[in-house]
Design a protein around this ligand. Sequence first.
Ligand code: ADP
Ligand code: MG
Length: 167
Amino acid sequence: MSQLIDNAVATTRRILTGLRPTILDDFGILAALEWQAAQFQKRTGIECVVNCVCARSEDCAKELDKPRSIALFRIFQEALTNVAKHSGASRVEIEFLRSDEEIVMSIIDNGRGMAKNRTDASIPYGILGMSERVDRLGGQISLDTPPGGGFTVTVILPLPANEEEET
Ligand SMILES: Nc1ncnc2c1ncn2[C@@H]1O[C@H](COP(=O)(O)OP(=O)(O)O)[C@@H](O)[C@H]1O
Ligand SMILES: [Mg+2]
């Protein structure tokens, strides 16, 4: 039994490292988002643009710790999958903003928006998974269907007051 569990753990670890694109480790979160956006556009034909909307644009390129980078990257992937699956959008825009206090990432599509008859009780796993990741990092997530149409996912992650100490 114990041998089986060891094997399972080793396999899981291998799969997880395999799934994490090394670009996240090598080039940081913004480059990883841009890379994923380009892949997505190529695969789906949906225009996909990442914009850094920081007051100081160099802030967007700052290094970010692993837990936050991975959470943002996974949320981004899930949100894009949803755009491809549910939105019918022709364009999706990502706004990435970093200040000293927080990171804000919005994924904004121009599709049909969330169906009106959805209730909280029926929220499936994807969005639940996003909120769990955000919760664990003390952040907030909001889903929005603006009157003008489309669907927006916004994630806000607080940054530690003293980054040097944590990373
Ligand atoms: N970009 C989007 N445009 C329209 N509807 C969306 C979008 N993203 C999510 N939704 C709606 O929210 C629901 C929940 O999404 P999710 O939790 O990821 O579950 P799943 O993708 O497995 O259906 C989807 O079934 C869909 O109805
Ligand atoms: Mg989904």
